[in-house]
Design a protein around this ligand. Structure first.
Ligand code: AMP
Ligand code: MG
Length: 361
């Protein structure tokens, strides 16, 4: 059993099924939950101050986003039809950013994703989690990257005020962190191509390869790097580990993301999108993009990924009649709590975490 040394706190996911009260009443876990509250408040303050309007999440509908990296959808019977629980609020975000006079909207959006069992090993994937999910009309990915970095800086600067309390959490979980970073804007930006080139350079080091093989149980991680695909988990961890401050990767290749990430009209195969990564091995905090909003382009992209346009009837009708350029991103709440509190695993950021494959409360 993994135990934190000081006050007995069982940390593995199964422990939540065995005695959840013992975990959620633990003084350190209570502090983590209080920080989740403080972080949520800091984000709301920032977004409200920027003129965003908050909406309540829409939980069920005829279709949810196409999902990435093999996370399936949950289906429920719905008056003679089959509806879906939302994997993300992307379709509704575009609708509301286009419709609202303010043109700036956000949700605290609970998402349900049937993540593959393997995802449990990353320490970063839950089945149930919350995204702070926002969308802005008449903006592109570069403009919302600026919002993302200012939002993150605001959260980190606010949490710095509580560093004495945070230090106790860090110590408890055996973290070597002494302080949160001084965030200077703009954050570092690199394209997906530049990130992969950098990693290919580091992949020449045998020690790096051996370490990744041992940590992640993958064979020959150097063969998994590609300019045409998503950065594999182990390499994303590595890239994050060699950074001391948050940073962006942008311009992912088509095929790495869903049909809603817009392709540069003048750079076929490259998407107008980005990830915001936390340093110190925490990895992806947020994904965002400018949206594909012209119906013909959306259709073409749907065909590539074998989406059934019939399911997306309301969305395609909305785009055809009222579609507007928008851009947005979602920041994972639990990922952000994990980063700020430097937790060993994301499941510690929720009181009743749903970990892929674990039957917990
Ligand atoms: P995505 O659009 O899939 O990148 O999701 C947006 C954000 O939600 C990600 O950047 C993560 O911070 C968070 N997220 C995505 N999937 C999960 C998951 N399975 N568990 C926890 N957080 C997640
Ligand atoms: Mg992502």
């Amino acid at each position: 059993m993994i135990m934190s040394q000081k006050l007995e706190l069982p940390l593995e996911p199964q422990a939540f099924a065995e005695d959840i009260f013992r975990i959620v009443s633990h003084p350190v876990m209570q502090e983590v939950y209080r920080f989740r509250h403080l972080i949520a408040k800091a984000m709301r303050d920032f977004l409200d101050g920027e003129g965003f309007v908050e909406f309540d999440p829409i939980m069920v509908g005829p279709v949810t986003d196409p999902g990435t990296r093999g996370a399936f959808e949950f289906r429920i019977p719905y008056y003679g039809r089959e509806y879906r629980l939302m994997r993300s609020g992307i379709l509704y975000k575009q609708l509301l950013a286009a419709a609202m006079e303010e043109g700036k909207i956000y949700f605290f959006y609970p998402n349900l994703r049937h993540e593959p069992i393997d995802a449990a090993k990353t320490g970063r994937h839950l089945v149930e989690f919350v995204q702070i999910d926002l969308e802005v009309r008449d903006a592109d990915h570069f403009q919302v990257m600026e919002i993302a970095e200012r939002l993150l800086k605001h959260v980190i600067d606010e949490m710095k005020k509580y560093e004495n309390r945070l230090r106790k959490i860090w110590e408890f979980f055996g973290s070597e962190r002494k302080s949160l970073p001084d965030v200077k804007l703009p954050l570092k930006r690199m394209t997906h191509r530049e990130a992969v080139e950098l990693l290919m350079e580091h992949a020449k080091d045998d020690k790096v390869i051996k370490d990744l093989e041992r940590r992640f149980g993958v064979r020959r991680p150097q063969d998994r790097l590609s300019f045409k695909a998503e950065i594999p988990w182990e390499w994303e961890w590595y890239l994050s580990k060699i950074h001391k401050r948050p940073f962006f990767i942008h311009d992912y290749p088509r095929g790495a993301r869903g049909f809603y990430d817009r392709e540069y009209p003048d750079k076929p195969g490259i998407l107008m999108d980005f990830d915001l990564l936390a340093p110190e091995g925490h990895g992806e905090l947020s994904s965002g993009a400018a949206r594909e909003y012209e119906v013909s382009r959306v259709f073409a992209r749907m065909r590539e990924t074998n989406e059934n346009p019939e399911l997306y009837r309301w969305y395609l009708q909305f785009l055809r009649d009222h579609g507007k350029p928008t851009a947005g991103f979602g920041i994972g709440m639990e990922r952000l709590v994990k980063y700020i509190c430097d937790l060993p695993s994301v499941h510690l950021a929720r009181p009743a975490p749903k970990i892929p494959g674990v039957h917990s409360p």
